[in-house]
Design a protein around this ligand. Structure first.
Ligand SMILES: [Zn+2]
Ligand SMILES: [Zn+2]
Length: 148
């Protein structure tokens, strides 16, 4: 295991989270729940045991009930809606959303899960044109973000 100390805050700043992340357990999840909750094609998550997370502020927790009856917390900022983590009913493991973490660019997923529901175009992302900022800006290299 290689661990990394990370910190992040929601968009409005009401919630802050510090965590010790196992960088070998960062995953991109393509399940349909991740797609619905995020409004995005997939979410990247880092698994953190309860002892390794510190939460400041009070996230709102939506309880998702699976077909199996299992309950799962889906936490977000009650003010700005930034998605923060998912946790099992006993809160032993937190799946922290990496997008709001300062170091999210360093948290490279080591595997993709729920490929059965992934959007097919996710594989072609680097083949379509990448712009430095908005749709009328200059083209850039998808790996570096630098103008071509
Ligand atoms: Zn917020
Ligand atoms: Zn998912």
């Amino acid at each position: 295991m290689s661990s990394k100390q990370v910190h992040g805050r929601c968009h409005c700043g009401q919630i802050e989270i510090s965590a010790t992340v196992d960088t070998d357990k960062v995953m991109a999840c393509h399940c349909s729940d991740c797609q619905t909750f995020s409004g995005a094609p997939y979410r990247a998550v880092a698994m953190v045991p309860a002892a390794g997370i510190r939460i400041q502020g009070e996230p709102r927790e939506y309880v998702k009930v699976a077909d199996s009856g299992n309950k799962r917390f889906q936490a977000f900022c009650p003010n700005c809606g930034t998605q923060l983590y998912a946790a099992d009913a006993e809160k032993t493991i937190y799946n922290v959303r990496t997008g709001f973490l300062d170091a999210h660019g360093d948290l490279h997923p080591v595997k993709h899960i729920f490929g059965q529901s992934a959007v097919s175009w996710v594989h072609d992302l680097s083949e379509t044109p990448w712009h430095e900022t908005g749709p009328n800006s200059v083209l850039c290299d998808p790996k570096t973000g630098q103008p071509k």
